[in-house]
Design a protein. Structure first.
Length: 208
């Protein structure tokens, strides 16, 4: 059976490797593995998001939705060392890597939690998931399909603080513009703040 990075139990044979995330303000060395999202290099959409978003709130509680092995969450942790960062994912292999990467890069303000595909905690999840979150950064798992993606986004966006913002990166050909329209109709006011290399950066704000 073909499995994807958003499979809760990837059966790909483990083959760890390391990659580098180099941005103008930081350099992280990350361990990756098969069965996770973009294990051979930093995904272009993720890079565009990290090169585009404004500095995260310096304090408070920040979220990386669909964190994988941690490049977004750990960038948040490095840029906001006095904030607490939570990364969530359905893939336990990815979460184990993210935890290792946080330790190896001395980013102890980042923690990671396993969730169900609908954003609810698993029986083994002990980390509070309800927030509220002052900011969300995400390269969301568009390929899970609208029937799963839309409830997932609705759940987590409603956990923003009033006035809190989420920044999402979505490929245009995977439905960035239709997602933009859907967010607006669901009471999540959204604007496109950047467009580059076929990707849109969407910013949605929870009404105060």
């Amino acid at each position: 059976m073909t499995q994807h990075y958003f499979s809760p139990d990837p059966d790909s044979t483990s083959r760890p490797t390391t990659i580098d995330l180099v941005l103008p303000d930081l350099h992280l060395r990350l361990t990756t593995d098969r069965g996770t999202f973009s294990p051979d290099k930093i995904d272009l959409g993720t890079r565009i998001l990290l090169e585009t978003v404004p500095t995260p709130p310096p304090n408070g509680h920040l979220l990386d939705l669909g964190c994988g092995y941690g490049p977004i969450a750990l960038t948040m942790a490095a840029r906001a060392p006095h904030a607490t960062i939570l990364g969530v994912d359905v893939n336990p292999r990815a979460l184990a890597l993210a935890t290792t990467n946080a330790h190896n890069n001395h980013l102890h303000n980042a923690t990671f939690a396993l969730t169900n595909p609908d954003g609810t905690p698993t029986p083994h999840t002990t980390t509070p998931l309800t927030g509220p979150f002052d900011a969300i950064w995400s390269n969301p798992p568009i390929r899970i399909g609208k029937n799963v993606l839309h409830p997932l986004l609705h759940t987590w966006l409603n956990r923003l603080t009033p006035g809190g913002t989420a920044h999402l990166v979505v490929q245009k050909h995977l439905g960035a513009d239709s997602l933009h329209r859907w967010l607006d109709t669901q009471g999540h006011p959204t604007e496109r703040i950047a467009s580059r290399a076929g990707y849109r950066i969407l910013r949605t704000t929870r009404p105060a």
